[in-house]
Design a protein around this ligand. Structure first.
Ligand SMILES: Nc1ncnc2c1ncn2[C@@H]1O[C@H](COP(=O)(O)OP(=O)(O)OP(=O)(O)O)[C@@H](O)[C@H]1O
Ligand SMILES: [Mg+2]
Length: 249
Protein backbone atom coordinates (compact mmCIF):
# COMPACT_ATOMS: atom_id res chain seq x y z
CA UNK A 1 0.00 0.00 0.00
CA UNK A 2 2.68 2.46 -0.98
CA UNK A 3 3.47 4.31 -4.15
CA UNK A 4 6.49 5.89 -5.76
CA UNK A 5 6.76 8.23 -8.75
CA UNK A 6 9.81 8.39 -10.98
CA UNK A 7 9.78 12.00 -12.10
CA UNK A 8 11.89 14.72 -13.67
CA UNK A 9 10.89 17.89 -15.52
CA UNK A 10 13.64 16.99 -18.01
CA UNK A 11 13.28 14.43 -20.77
CA UNK A 12 15.66 11.56 -21.45
CA UNK A 13 17.23 11.40 -17.99
CA UNK A 14 16.48 7.71 -17.35
CA UNK A 15 13.03 7.82 -15.72
CA UNK A 16 11.44 4.92 -17.62
CA UNK A 17 14.57 2.80 -17.34
CA UNK A 18 14.64 3.39 -13.61
CA UNK A 19 10.89 2.75 -13.19
CA UNK A 20 11.11 -0.63 -14.95
CA UNK A 21 14.09 -1.85 -12.92
CA UNK A 22 12.61 -0.69 -9.62
CA UNK A 23 9.25 -2.32 -10.42
CA UNK A 24 11.01 -5.58 -11.30
CA UNK A 25 13.01 -5.50 -8.04
CA UNK A 26 9.87 -4.75 -6.03
CA UNK A 27 8.13 -7.82 -7.50
CA UNK A 28 11.10 -10.21 -7.36
CA UNK A 29 13.48 -9.22 -4.56
CA UNK A 30 10.81 -7.80 -2.26
CA UNK A 31 8.12 -10.22 -3.48
CA UNK A 32 5.52 -7.47 -3.48
CA UNK A 33 2.42 -7.49 -5.67
CA UNK A 34 3.60 -4.65 -7.87
CA UNK A 35 2.03 -2.43 -10.53
CA UNK A 36 4.05 -0.34 -12.93
CA UNK A 37 1.76 2.47 -14.08
CA UNK A 38 3.08 4.00 -17.27
CA UNK A 39 1.48 7.43 -17.38
CA UNK A 40 3.58 8.82 -20.27
CA UNK A 41 2.00 8.72 -23.75
CA UNK A 42 5.36 7.58 -25.19
CA UNK A 43 4.70 4.18 -23.57
CA UNK A 44 8.38 3.32 -22.97
CA UNK A 45 7.91 1.46 -19.68
CA UNK A 46 5.14 -0.75 -21.08
CA UNK A 47 7.30 -1.46 -24.14
CA UNK A 48 10.23 -2.51 -21.94
CA UNK A 49 7.96 -4.93 -20.06
CA UNK A 50 6.57 -6.40 -23.30
CA UNK A 51 3.06 -5.07 -22.71
CA UNK A 52 0.61 -5.58 -25.57
CA UNK A 53 0.53 -2.52 -27.82
CA UNK A 54 -2.32 -0.25 -26.77
CA UNK A 55 -5.16 0.56 -29.13
CA UNK A 56 -5.55 4.06 -27.78
CA UNK A 57 -7.34 2.79 -24.72
CA UNK A 58 -4.96 3.92 -21.95
CA UNK A 59 -7.03 6.97 -21.05
CA UNK A 60 -9.94 4.65 -20.14
CA UNK A 61 -8.12 4.40 -16.81
CA UNK A 62 -9.19 7.97 -16.17
CA UNK A 63 -12.85 7.50 -16.97
CA UNK A 64 -15.05 7.33 -13.92
CA UNK A 65 -16.78 4.04 -14.72
CA UNK A 66 -13.66 1.89 -15.29
CA UNK A 67 -11.89 -0.12 -12.60
CA UNK A 68 -8.24 0.64 -13.38
CA UNK A 69 -7.02 -2.56 -11.72
CA UNK A 70 -8.96 -4.53 -14.38
CA UNK A 71 -6.98 -2.78 -17.14
CA UNK A 72 -3.61 -3.95 -15.78
CA UNK A 73 -1.81 -6.60 -17.81
CA UNK A 74 0.46 -9.37 -16.54
CA UNK A 75 4.16 -9.22 -17.47
CA UNK A 76 6.62 -12.10 -17.98
CA UNK A 77 7.51 -11.73 -14.28
CA UNK A 78 5.51 -13.10 -11.36
CA UNK A 79 3.78 -10.50 -9.19
CA UNK A 80 4.49 -7.70 -11.70
CA UNK A 81 1.63 -6.11 -13.66
CA UNK A 82 1.68 -3.09 -15.94
CA UNK A 83 -0.84 -0.40 -16.83
CA UNK A 84 0.45 0.44 -20.28
CA UNK A 85 0.35 3.88 -21.90
CA UNK A 86 -0.44 4.92 -25.44
CA UNK A 87 -1.14 8.03 -27.50
CA UNK A 88 -4.58 8.46 -25.92
CA UNK A 89 -2.78 10.00 -22.91
CA UNK A 90 -1.47 12.89 -25.02
CA UNK A 91 -4.26 15.25 -23.96
CA UNK A 92 -4.57 13.97 -20.41
CA UNK A 93 -3.50 17.26 -18.84
CA UNK A 94 -6.15 19.22 -20.70
CA UNK A 95 -8.74 16.51 -20.10
CA UNK A 96 -8.24 16.56 -16.32
CA UNK A 97 -8.38 20.36 -16.16
CA UNK A 98 -11.48 20.51 -18.39
CA UNK A 99 -13.25 17.93 -16.23
CA UNK A 100 -12.09 19.80 -13.11
CA UNK A 101 -10.81 16.42 -11.92
CA UNK A 102 -7.98 17.77 -9.79
CA UNK A 103 -7.87 14.74 -7.47
CA UNK A 104 -8.37 12.03 -10.10
CA UNK A 105 -4.82 10.62 -9.97
CA UNK A 106 -4.84 10.50 -6.20
CA UNK A 107 -8.17 8.67 -6.17
CA UNK A 108 -6.93 6.19 -8.76
CA UNK A 109 -3.73 5.53 -6.81
CA UNK A 110 -5.69 4.96 -3.60
CA UNK A 111 -7.98 2.52 -5.45
CA UNK A 112 -5.04 0.65 -6.98
CA UNK A 113 -3.37 0.40 -3.58
CA UNK A 114 -6.16 -1.91 -2.53
CA UNK A 115 -5.00 -4.44 -5.15
CA UNK A 116 -1.24 -3.85 -5.27
CA UNK A 117 1.29 -3.55 -2.47
CA UNK A 118 3.64 -1.35 -4.47
CA UNK A 119 2.78 1.08 -7.29
CA UNK A 120 5.56 2.59 -9.39
CA UNK A 121 4.53 5.50 -11.65
CA UNK A 122 6.59 6.31 -14.73
CA UNK A 123 5.86 10.01 -15.23
CA UNK A 124 6.05 12.11 -18.39
CA UNK A 125 8.62 14.93 -18.37
CA UNK A 126 7.44 18.50 -17.79
CA UNK A 127 5.83 20.58 -15.08
CA UNK A 128 2.17 19.91 -15.61
CA UNK A 129 -1.23 19.26 -14.06
CA UNK A 130 -0.38 15.54 -14.17
CA UNK A 131 2.87 15.94 -12.26
CA UNK A 132 1.15 18.07 -9.62
CA UNK A 133 -1.58 15.46 -9.18
CA UNK A 134 1.02 12.70 -8.93
CA UNK A 135 2.92 14.50 -6.15
CA UNK A 136 -0.30 14.77 -4.17
CA UNK A 137 -0.83 11.02 -4.54
CA UNK A 138 2.48 9.26 -3.84
CA UNK A 139 4.69 8.58 -0.83
CA UNK A 140 8.12 8.88 -2.48
CA UNK A 141 9.33 10.75 -5.57
CA UNK A 142 12.54 9.48 -7.18
CA UNK A 143 14.14 12.20 -9.32
CA UNK A 144 16.84 11.05 -11.75
CA UNK A 145 19.25 13.79 -12.81
CA UNK A 146 22.39 13.79 -14.89
CA UNK A 147 25.43 14.99 -12.92
CA UNK A 148 25.90 18.21 -14.92
CA UNK A 149 25.15 21.82 -14.01
CA UNK A 150 21.97 21.75 -16.08
CA UNK A 151 20.98 18.34 -14.71
CA UNK A 152 21.34 19.58 -11.14
CA UNK A 153 19.40 22.74 -12.02
CA UNK A 154 16.57 20.53 -13.26
CA UNK A 155 16.75 18.57 -10.01
CA UNK A 156 16.41 21.74 -7.92
CA UNK A 157 13.42 22.84 -9.98
CA UNK A 158 11.86 19.42 -9.55
CA UNK A 159 12.34 19.43 -5.78
CA UNK A 160 10.73 22.88 -5.51
CA UNK A 161 7.84 21.75 -7.69
CA UNK A 162 7.22 18.66 -5.53
CA UNK A 163 7.41 20.61 -2.27
CA UNK A 164 5.00 23.28 -3.50
CA UNK A 165 2.18 20.77 -3.92
CA UNK A 166 1.25 19.91 -0.38
CA UNK A 167 2.03 20.71 3.20
CA UNK A 168 3.58 17.33 4.00
CA UNK A 169 5.36 16.81 0.68
CA UNK A 170 6.32 13.26 -0.31
CA UNK A 171 9.80 12.03 0.45
CA UNK A 172 12.21 13.03 -2.34
CA UNK A 173 15.09 10.78 -3.41
CA UNK A 174 17.47 12.30 -6.00
CA UNK A 175 19.41 9.87 -8.19
CA UNK A 176 22.46 10.68 -10.29
CA UNK A 177 21.70 8.81 -13.47
CA UNK A 178 24.22 7.98 -16.18
CA UNK A 179 27.09 8.77 -13.80
CA UNK A 180 30.59 8.33 -15.22
CA UNK A 181 33.00 8.04 -12.30
CA UNK A 182 35.98 8.67 -14.60
CA UNK A 183 34.78 12.25 -14.77
CA UNK A 184 35.80 14.60 -11.98
CA UNK A 185 32.51 16.50 -11.96
CA UNK A 186 30.50 13.30 -11.60
CA UNK A 187 32.75 12.00 -8.79
CA UNK A 188 32.58 15.31 -6.95
CA UNK A 189 28.79 15.56 -7.28
CA UNK A 190 28.35 12.03 -5.92
CA UNK A 191 30.77 12.75 -3.04
CA UNK A 192 28.88 15.94 -2.13
CA UNK A 193 25.58 14.05 -1.91
CA UNK A 194 26.29 10.69 -0.25
CA UNK A 195 22.56 10.17 0.44
CA UNK A 196 21.62 10.30 -3.26
CA UNK A 197 21.34 7.21 -5.43
CA UNK A 198 23.94 6.73 -8.18
CA UNK A 199 23.39 4.73 -11.37
CA UNK A 200 26.47 4.33 -13.57
CA UNK A 201 26.39 5.01 -17.29
CA UNK A 202 26.51 1.60 -18.99
CA UNK A 203 25.71 0.21 -22.42
CA UNK A 204 24.09 -2.77 -20.67
CA UNK A 205 21.36 -0.38 -19.52
CA UNK A 206 20.75 0.74 -23.11
CA UNK A 207 20.40 -2.92 -24.09
CA UNK A 208 17.13 -3.05 -22.17
CA UNK A 209 15.26 -1.72 -25.18
CA UNK A 210 16.66 -4.49 -27.42
CA UNK A 211 15.97 -7.20 -24.83
CA UNK A 212 12.65 -5.62 -23.80
CA UNK A 213 13.46 -6.66 -20.25
CA UNK A 214 14.66 -5.10 -16.99
CA UNK A 215 18.46 -4.99 -16.66
CA UNK A 216 18.11 -6.81 -13.34
CA UNK A 217 16.37 -9.69 -15.17
CA UNK A 218 19.05 -10.33 -17.82
CA UNK A 219 22.26 -9.09 -16.12
CA UNK A 220 21.62 -9.04 -12.37
CA UNK A 221 25.31 -8.98 -11.47
CA UNK A 222 26.16 -6.00 -13.67
CA UNK A 223 27.33 -3.00 -11.58
CA UNK A 224 24.40 -0.93 -12.90
CA UNK A 225 21.96 -3.68 -11.88
CA UNK A 226 23.52 -3.71 -8.41
CA UNK A 227 23.11 0.07 -8.30
CA UNK A 228 19.39 -0.29 -9.10
CA UNK A 229 19.14 -2.94 -6.36
CA UNK A 230 20.73 -0.55 -3.85
CA UNK A 231 18.38 2.20 -4.99
CA UNK A 232 15.38 -0.10 -4.58
CA UNK A 233 16.48 -1.01 -1.02
CA UNK A 234 16.50 2.68 -0.15
CA UNK A 235 13.12 3.31 -1.81
CA UNK A 236 11.61 0.30 -0.02
CA UNK A 237 13.02 1.53 3.29
CA UNK A 238 11.33 4.89 2.74
CA UNK A 239 8.06 3.29 1.62
CA UNK A 240 7.98 1.18 4.78
CA UNK A 241 8.52 4.33 6.84
CA UNK A 242 5.71 6.09 4.94
CA UNK A 243 3.37 3.13 5.46
CA UNK A 244 3.90 3.16 9.20
CA UNK A 245 3.66 6.95 9.51
CA UNK A 246 0.49 8.10 11.25
CA UNK A 247 -2.17 10.04 9.38
CA UNK A 248 -1.60 8.74 5.84
CA UNK A 249 -4.80 9.06 3.86
N1 LIG B 1 22.46 4.42 -16.74
C1 LIG B 1 22.34 4.50 -18.08
N2 LIG B 1 23.39 4.23 -18.88
C2 LIG B 1 23.27 4.32 -20.23
N3 LIG B 1 22.16 4.65 -20.86
C3 LIG B 1 21.07 4.92 -20.12
C4 LIG B 1 21.10 4.86 -18.68
N4 LIG B 1 19.86 5.19 -18.22
C5 LIG B 1 19.10 5.42 -19.30
N5 LIG B 1 19.82 5.26 -20.44
C6 LIG B 1 19.36 5.44 -21.82
O1 LIG B 1 18.96 6.79 -22.00
C7 LIG B 1 17.83 6.87 -22.85
C8 LIG B 1 16.69 7.61 -22.12
O2 LIG B 1 16.27 6.80 -21.03
P1 LIG B 1 14.74 6.78 -20.56
O3 LIG B 1 13.84 6.54 -21.72
O4 LIG B 1 14.68 5.89 -19.40
O5 LIG B 1 14.62 8.30 -20.10
P2 LIG B 1 13.28 9.10 -19.71
O6 LIG B 1 13.70 10.11 -18.69
O7 LIG B 1 12.22 8.15 -19.34
O8 LIG B 1 12.93 9.80 -21.09
P3 LIG B 1 11.54 10.57 -21.46
O9 LIG B 1 11.62 11.90 -20.77
O10 LIG B 1 11.59 10.68 -22.96
O11 LIG B 1 10.41 9.73 -20.94
C9 LIG B 1 17.47 5.43 -23.24
O12 LIG B 1 18.03 5.15 -24.48
C10 LIG B 1 18.13 4.61 -22.14
O13 LIG B 1 18.49 3.32 -22.60
MG1 LIG C 1 10.25 7.95 -20.06
Amino acid sequence: MASVAIYSPKGGVGKSTCAVNLAYLSATTSKRRTLLWDIDAQGAAGFLLQAAQGRDTANKIFSKDADPADLAQPTPYPQLSVLAADASLRRLDVQLVEEDARKRVRKLVRGLERRFERIILDCPPGVTEISEQIFRAVDVVVIPAQPSALGLRGLEAAQAHVRAQRRSAPDILPVLSMADMRRKLHRETAAQHPDWGVIPYASAVERMSAERAPLNAFAPRHPAARAYADLWSEVERRLLAAESAPGRD
